[in-house]
Design a protein around this ligand. Structure first.
Ligand code: FAD
Length: 397
């Protein structure tokens, strides 16, 4: 039985480990932190990802805390006019067979931890180097420990040490966007009578997203603003609620009241990378943000990390290690590259200044033009990453 060392215990690494275990592989996760944790924020889990999670037996935990939004509602920044409203909930589930959830990241992580026996997760293990000896890989950790594994999967995030070991050091690209993220107890905003929808407010140089999480007890928001540079060493920072409010001066009262109800916010510099030409070398490969960091403007970073794990385990079930990793990359790379490009493109589409281009965008949205319609995303949501027929381009034929 092939042994697999997954480096990184985030959403991507834990999903991969659960899929690999289910496929009968001998898998262990090595996480640098002394405990598994996620940032206090929300994540949208679209049907292409919930399909994989349900198959891991997680439908129960996801339904317990995940919120199924009624619709995807895009609105204008100042007067709240509806630009586009696409039904989610039953309509989406009926079409794709699996729900769209809005979740607290910690709830999703807890569900994934529950899918793995505790002895398979090794905390306090920071990878500092690895050597592929041909028959197996020698992995070295900061504390001096070493393990040997038949396959190594770098699920260690955007700063990936495994990617650096494979392909050398490189710099992530600052996208010119900074996100303020926050969660607010829903009872504080009861007077707004908020619908259970994912609302996306589009305005010049910025946008604002909010939705319910944690069985509707909390409202998650992400406020994205364009900024020329990020000069701080850290990529995350405590953000001032007053600064976030100032950035949304003149915006609709609903947006401002949600921001104003937060006790604290965190500021995130948003980085991405251009698609890599390859992810694998010999018995080592990459997964999730380590492989394909993207702007969150398609809400697909974690969803694609989840898909990666399902395809990787399908490949390793069917092929010997080196061929499996090559096939995995071949199947996944075109799909994630497409999403990296679409996510970057949405920065422009979401942030148009008021004027001709914005009026044209709004009328396309109102007409449900093909590129703005939900049906246009059928290729994204219907894809079954675990049922990999091993065709190229990440799509089933
Ligand atoms: P990470 O979550 O970064 O996990 C990497 C893990 O590896 C960490 O636990 C880390 O401690 C560990 N690690 C790092 N280095 C080492 C090492 N040397 N040795 C051992 N362990 C190591 N995606 C969606 O699908 N839907 C959304 O709605 C969505 N919204 C987003 C909103 C914002 C504002 C942002 C910034 C992102 C959003 N994303 C969303 C993207 C999503 O958060 C990421 O794509 C996803 O979390 C990546 O998961 P990962 O497991 O690949 O990496």
């Amino acid at each position: 039985m092939t042994s697999v060392a997954v480096i990184g215990g985030g959403i991507g690494g834990l999903t991969a480990a659960a899929c690999l275990l289910q496929a009968g592989l001998d898998v262990h996760v090595y996480e640098q932190a002394s405990r598994l944790s996620e940032v206090g924020a929300g994540v949208q889990v679209s049907p292409n990802a919930s399909r994989i999670l349900h198959r891991l037996g997680l439908a129960g935990p996801l339904a317990a805390t995940g919120v199924k939004p009624l619709a995807w509602h895009q609105r204008r920044w100042d007067n709240g006019r509806t630009l586009l409203r696409a039904p989610l909930a039953e309509a989406l589930e009926a079409t794709y067979g699996y729900p769209h959830y809005q979740m607290h990241r910690a709830d999703l992580l807890d569900a994934l931890v529950g899918a793995l026996p505790p002895e398979r997760i090794h905390l306090g293990h920071r990878v500092v180097g690895l050597t592929d000896g041909g028959d197996d890989v020698d992995v070295r950790f900061a504390g001096g420990q070493r393990v040997r594994a038949g396959v190594v999967v770098g699920a260690d995030g955007i700063h990936s040490a495994v990617r650096q070991a494979l392909f050398g050091a490189d710099q992530a690209h600052f996208t010119g966007c900074v996100a303020y993220r926050g969660v607010v107890p829903a009872e504080r905003l009861g007077h707004l009578g908020l619908e259970v929808t994912a609302q996306i407010w589009l305005g010049p140089g910025r946008h604002f997203v909010h939705y319910f999480i944690s069985a509707r007890r909390l409202i998650n928001f992400v406020a994205v603003i364009e900024q020329d540079e990020w000069t701080r060493e850290s990529w995350t920072d405590r953000g001032d609620v007053g600064d976030a409010l100032a950035a949304y001066a003149g915006w609709h009262p609903q947006v401002r009241q949600i921001i104003g109800a937060a006790d604290e916010t965190f500021r995130w510099a948003l980085f991405d990378r251009p698609p890599l030409p390859r992810w694998s070398r010999g018995r080592v490969t990459l997964l999730g943000d380590a492989a394909h960091a993207m702007l969150p403007f398609m809400a697909q970073g974690a969803a694609q990390a989840i898909e990666d794990g399902a395809t990787l385990s399908a490949c390793l079930r069917q092929l010997p290690p080196v061929a499996a990793l090559r096939r995995y990359e071949e199947v996944r790379l075109p799909r994630t590259s497409r999403l990296q490009e679409m996510s970057a493109g949405n920065k422009t589409r979401f942030h148009l200044p008021d004027g001709d281009a914005q009026a044209e965008r709004d009328s396309q949205m109102a007409e449900g033009s093909r590129s703005w319609s939900f049906n246009a995303l059928g290729w994204l949501y219907e894809h079954d990453a675990g049922e990999t027929s091993l065709t190229a381009h990440g799509s089933r034929t």
